[in-house]
Design a protein around this ligand. Structure first.
Ligand code: FE
Length: 339
């Protein structure tokens, strides 16, 4: 991209620029440029460590998923981005469906990251794992009463359940996994049951779900575990605990944050090098600890806080299904009145 085009596109889309302008000058061969919907404090330490190890600089900008995807589409072949990094397999799948990634299949990535956390075509790979599981009030619920996502649809949880809005990609991906594991009819029954059991209108955020439980509005909910980690770090005495769902059946629904090399990357080799490095032992240990997530690479020791929650069996559904079944999940939630 020439400077003029670069400047005009920056002006046009300045609203999505969060990082400093100096960080995103036109890409050179020596650097890798990343568009990321992960916040700066979660990616900067990784990029710094990568540069220390390899000498390759990383330029990045952060923004919302949707804005960055639109930006990549608009920029087309002129994009300075060599890599797109985001959260949730649903978002990664969508970016892949818009032809924004190129296939990368290397032995390093294959050896480091389990297959269910990678796109089968190699368009994107998971780099950290987030588990979406049951959170409960230790005052009003015994863990022996809990078992599965489907169990939360039973009448015993009437007016006791809090859920996040169906508009959030996390909910769409979880529902896609319920459809994948249970079939559409059973999934429909489960969603109906959840809706019937709601103690309140679905919450905008996972933290609101936990606050509602703490306030006595409901007794159980579903959250990504790092939100629980943040809450418990601030208030260690909170009367809330995590419960690993579906341990006797399909396993806990997991999702990823991940990345792919953009279709029009000008530094493909550098982007692949960064992607491989992010899957390495060193990067994976940092990755997990930064956001109280789980390393995607299963051989890495867990962060101290995270390991206190215990080990669990993961759902091994290939996460591309979160995208493939997304439209069906949205439709089913609409039909069943999940707002
Ligand atoms: Fe989140």
């Amino acid at each position: 991209m020439n400077n003029k085009t670069w400047v005009s596109s920056v002006i046009m889309l300045s609203v999505v620029w969060v990082s400093s302008m100096s960080a995103v000058q036109a890409a050179s061969d020596e650097s890798v440029t990343v568009y990321s919907s992960r916040e700066e404090h979660l990616i900067k330490p990784l990029f710094q460590a990568f540069t220390q190890d390899t000498g390759v600089k990383v330029k990045y900008l952060t923004g919302q998923d949707g804005s960055l995807i639109e930006r990549l589409k608009l920029e087309g072949v002129n994009t300075p981005a060599d890599m797109f990094m985001t959260v949730d397999a649903g978002n990664l799948w969508y970016a892949g469906s818009q032809d924004l990634f190129q296939s990368v299949k290397t032995d390093t990535i294959k050896n480091n990251i389990p297959a269910h956390l990678r796109d089968p075509q190699g368009l994107w790979t998971g780099l950290s794992v987030r588990a979406r599981t049951i959170v409960y009030s230790t005052d009003r619920v015994k863990p022996s009463e809990l078992s599965t996502y489907a169990d939360l649809a039973l009448p015993k949880w009437k007016n006791r359940l809090c859920l996040r809005t169906s508009k959030k990609i996390y909910t769409k991906s979880l529902t896609a996994s319920v459809i994948y594991n249970q079939g559409k009819d059973k999934a429909g029954d489960i969603i109906s049951g959840w809706v019937n059991n709601l103690a309140a209108t679905p919450n905008a955020k996972d933290s609101h779900v936990m606050n509602a439980i703490l306030a006595g509005q409901c007794d159980v909910g579903l959250v990504n575990t790092y939100y629980y980690g943040r809450l418990i770090e601030k208030n260690p005495d909170s009367a809330l605990k995590l419960f690993w769902a579906n341990q006797k059946t399909t396993g806990v629904h997991v999702n990823i944050s991940g990345a792919g090399v953009t279709k029009h990357a000008s530094n493909v080799a550098g982007a692949i090098r960064l992607l491989e490095w992010l899957s390495s032992d060193k990067a994976q240990a940092i990755y997990g600890a930064l956001n109280k997530e789980y390393p995607a690479n299963p051989n890495i020791a867990l962060d101290e806080v995270v390991s206190a929650w215990g080990l669990f069996k993961q759902d091994k559904m290939n996460l591309s299904q979160a995208g493939v079944l997304q439209a069906e999940a949205v439709k089913l939630m609409q039909i069943k009145g999940y707002r």
